[in-house]
Design a protein. Structure first.
Length: 394
């Protein structure tokens, strides 16, 4: 790589954004930050702007923009502050940008991620909801624009590393029997079922292996994150739900596996640190230092595997059913889950109510075809309304 590559980081103040900036800072000769975006952690965004001196920063509203712009001017920075979804899409699609790290959590990340795809960028996809909500439209946009889609979720990045370069020909054509998607099982994999009713947000957010934001930590505890990843993997690798098997692997050392028809199983291993897939995607097809320590198998000692219990993790079943139904179902699943997780974090519902709310929403309306982005957002809005009604009458 000769010229410096310019990177927009959508969701810079989150765990993925911070890990991305850590990797970038290790290679100033290769990468330069073009834009940083943040939603509520504006003080942290200001610090990051001072450290990385981007051309643009994006915040959610005019008041925040005026405040941050004044602070950055006082610090001697020329960074221009943009506002809202329009600003997010602008810094994702700007002609000067080479890479876009799509790390905004939830449905809010869909439009700017799609803007990056439509502009033909190299998109480092950490926002799984973009594919979950609008997989067919998203992948059509990738094909049409020539964008390069590089998966960042550790599991999808592992699968990507274990597949041959021509995997777009189809899994059957390249001799793949199935994809094994690993899961840690979260903090409640051994908790007695009767006690799940009483678990707290603090317990759900205490992941045994990974350091993550609160929403994704709850998704990991319910295993909805694995359900969303299964849907995402179907789109990324043109797989059907029955070609993907979830395996609980508590050490989080094997990040996923690919099982071939000749009996070979390829796995990608590494310490549980998101800087590994981020560095892989930034440098692909090359390799660069990520700052992650080498895996010591003697310290790991053993690798365990077990089948997930769908009685314990009903969200996994709901996600598979939504994937099989297709159409509007995955978008409604995702929206209902976002509302349910937020309600749980606010202590308005119990942990076990998350799956109950989602199932109620999915059963309330028939699945519809999704042929345009408006239909995706209509399904999202309808699911949120149904979830709010469920909360109001429970």
């Amino acid at each position: 790589m000769s010229a410096v590559q310019h990177v927009t980081v959508l969701g810079a103040t989150g765990s993925i954004g911070l890990s991305t900036l850590d990797v970038i800072a290790r290679h100033p000769e290769r990468y330069q930050v073009f834009a940083l975006t943040g939603f509520s952690r504006l003080a942290e965004l200001q610090v990051l702007c001072v450290q990385h001196r981007p051309r643009y920063a994006v915040v959610p509203d005019d008041r925040s923009a005026l405040d941050l712009q004044g602070r950055l001017r006082a610090a001697g920075l020329a960074t221009e502050v943009l506002v809202g979804e329009e600003g997010l899409c602008a810094v994702a699609a700007d002609a000067a940008v080479d890479y876009v790290m799509a790390a905004i959590v939830g449905a809010a990340g869909l439009k700017p991620t799609l803007a990056a795809v439509q502009a033909g960028k190299k998109v480092l996809l950490a926002n799984k909801e973009a594919l979950v909500m609008s997989g067919v439209l998203f992948m059509q946009a990738v094909k049409h624009s020539g964008a390069v889609l590089l998966p960042i979720d550790s599991e999808h990045n592992a699968i990507f590393q274990c597949l041959p370069g021509d995997y777009a020909r189809g899994l059957q054509a390249i001799g793949v029997r199935r994809v094994l998607l690993t899961a840690s099982g979260g903090p409640f994999r051994e908790t007695p079922l009767a006690e799940l009713e009483r678990v707290t947000p603090e317990q759900a957010c205490a992941h045994p292996n990974w350091s993550m934001g609160r929403k994704i930590s709850v998704d990991s505890a319910s295993m909805m994150n694995k359900g969303l990843e299964m849907i995402e993997a179907c789109w990324l690798f043109d797989a059907s739900p029955d070609q993907i098997e979830v395996v609980i692997h508590r050490q989080s050392v094997i990040h996923s596996l690919v099982d071939y028809v000749d009996g070979s199983v390829l796995a990608q291993l590494g310490n549980p640190d998101m800087r590994t897939p981020i560095a892989h995607a930034l440098a692909w097809p090359e390799r660069i230092d990520s700052g992650v320590s080498a895996l010591d198998l003697f310290t790991v000692g053993r690798l365990d595997f077990e089948r997930p219990d769908e009685q314990r993790f009903p969200c996994l079943r709901l996600a598979r059913e939504a994937a099989q139904a297709g159409g509007s179902a995955p978008a409604m699943l995702n929206a209902a889950n976002e509302v349910a997780v937020e309600a749980f974090l606010q202590r308005r519902i119990r942990f076990t109510d998350i799956a109950r709310m989602i199932e109620s929403v999915l059963n309330a309306r028939p699945v519809r075809a999704v042929e345009a982005l408006d239909a995706v957002f209509e399904a999202d809005a309808q699911a949120r309304e149904l979830a709010a009604q469920w909360l109001a009458v429970r």
